[in-house]
Design a protein around this ligand. Structure first.
Ligand code: HEC
Ligand code: HEC
Length: 270
C-alpha cells in the first residue's frame, strides 16, 4: 500500500525548484502589501531583523528616525519611487543611480526584513528589539540547544535533518522563528520525514533525498544512503509530525532570539 502524497516534489532537481519558489512566494506573500496597508501585516520577527539591518546599513545617511536625507522621510512608509513592496525591494537592491543612494547586496530574506521595518518604522520602538546575539546563538546551537545533534552546517554535523548552511538566505526571520517554536505546524512538504516498510516488515525511518516514479532514495537514521524500488516496499508514507522538539524545550526566550540571530547569518558556504 503506497500512501505517499503524490503532490510531493520528486527528483533532486525538481526538489530544489519548488523549494526556491515556495520560499520566494512565502517572502513576497508576507511582504506584498503597498504603503496603504497597516503595520499588522508585517511579522514581528521580520520587522526586528529589518530594524537591525537598517541600523547597520541605512542609519548613517537616513538617520534613526528616517528623515535625515533632505526631502525624504522614510518613516512615512510610502515612497515616491516605489509603491509596492517588490518595487521597494528592487530600489533597495539597485540603489538610485546618479544619487548617493547605494546599491545593496541583500538576500531575499534581508529585503523582506528591511521592507517590513520601513513600512512600520513609524510605529516600531527600536528599544523593543528582541532579536538576540548571533555569537551567543552559535554557541547555543551546538551546546544547550542541541540543534547540531540533528542539523548540519557548513559540512559539520549529521545529515538526518535538513542542512541549515544557507537557511538564513532562503527563509525569513518569521519563518525561522515559527520553525523553532512549532516544528510540526511549520513543517514544509519537502522536509517531511518518510517511513518505509520493506517486504520483510523492516521499518526504515529517514529523510527523502530523491524520488521518481519507481524508486526512492533516503538517508536513514544511521545516516546511510538507502535506495528502494517502490514496488518492493510494503508501505511508504510521509510523516506529518516533526521529530524536532520545539526550541522552548531547551531554551528560554532570549536564547531563542540568540539562535534566531545566528540562523539569519547562515547564507551558504562563503
Ligand atoms: C550613502 C548614503 C545612503 C545610504 C547608506 C542609504 N541611502 Fe537611501 N537614499 C539616499 C539618498 C541621498 C536618497 C535620495 C536620492 C534622491 O532622490 O536624490 C535615498 C533614497 C532612498 C529611498 C527612496 C525614497 C523615496 O521616497 O523614493 C529609499 C526607500 C531609501 N533610500 C532606502 C534606503 C535604505 C533601506 C537604506 C539601507 C539599506 C538606504 N537607503 C541607505 C542615501 C542613502
Ligand atoms: C531531533 C532532531 C532535531 C533537533 C534536536 C533539532 N531539529 Fe530542527 N529539524 C529537524 C528535522 C527532522 C526537521 C525537518 C522537519 C521539520 O521541518 O520540522 C527540522 C527542521 C528545522 C528547520 C526548518 C528547515 C527548513 O527547511 O525550513 C529549522 C530552521 C530548524 N529545524 C532549526 C533547528 C534549531 C535552531 C534547533 C535547535 C534549537 C533544532 N532545529 C533542533 C530535526 C531536529
Amino acid at each position: 500500500m503506497r500512501t505517499l502524497n503524490p503532490r510531493l516534489p520528486v527528483g533532486l532537481t525538481r526538489l530544489v525548484w519548488p523549494l526556491a519558489t515556495l520560499g520566494l512566494l512565502a517572502m513576497f506573500g508576507a511582504a506584498s502589501a503597498t504603503a496603504q496597508d497597516h503595520a499588522g501585516q508585517y511579522e514581528q520577527a521580520n520587522i526586528e531583523f529589518g530594524a537591525r539591518l537598517y541600523g547597520a546599513n541605512c542609519v548613517r545617511c537616513h538617520g534613526e528616525g528616517g528623515a535625515e536625507v533632505p526631502g525624504i522621510d522614510l518613516s512615512t512608509g510610502s515612497y515616491a519611487r516605489a509603491e509596492s513592496d517588490p518595487e521597494l525591494m528592487q530600489l533597495i537592491r539597485t540603489g538610485i543611480p546618479g544619487t548617493a543612494m547605494p546599491p545593496n547586496d541583500f538576500s531575499a530574506s534581508e529585503l523582506t526584513g528591511i521592507v517590513s521595518y520601513l513600512r512600520t518604522m513609524r510605529d516600531f520602538d527600536l528599544s523593543a528589539v528582541t532579536l538576540g546575539d548571533a555569537a551567543r546563538g552559535q554557541t547555543l546551537f551546538s551546546g544547550k540547544g542541541a540543534c547540531a545533534s540533528c542539523h548540519r552546517v557548513r559540512g559539520q554535523g549529521p545529515r538526518t535533518a535538513p542542512d541549515l548552511t544557507a537557511i538564513g538566505a532562503t527563509r525569513t526571520a518569521a519563518n525561522l522563528k515559527n520553525a523553532m517554536l512549532d516544528p510540526t505546524g511549520s513543517m514544509i512538504a519537502v522536509n517531511r520525514p518518510v517511513r518505509a516498510v520493506l517486504g520483510d516488515g523492516t521499518v526504515i525511518n529517514g529523510r527523502r533525498l530523491n524520488e521518481d516514479t519507481y524508486t526512492i532514495q533516503l538517508i536513514d537514521e544511521n545516516e546511510r544512503l538507502r535506495s528502494f524500488d517502490k514496488a518492493d516496499l510494503r508501505e511508504l508514507a510521509a510523516v506529518t509530525t516533526s521529530p524536532m522538539p520545539p526550541a522552548t524545550d531547551a531554551l528560554n526566550e532570549q536564547e531563542i532570539g540568540d539562535v534566531l540571530a545566528y540562523l539569519l547569518t547562515l547564507k551558504g558556504m562563503d
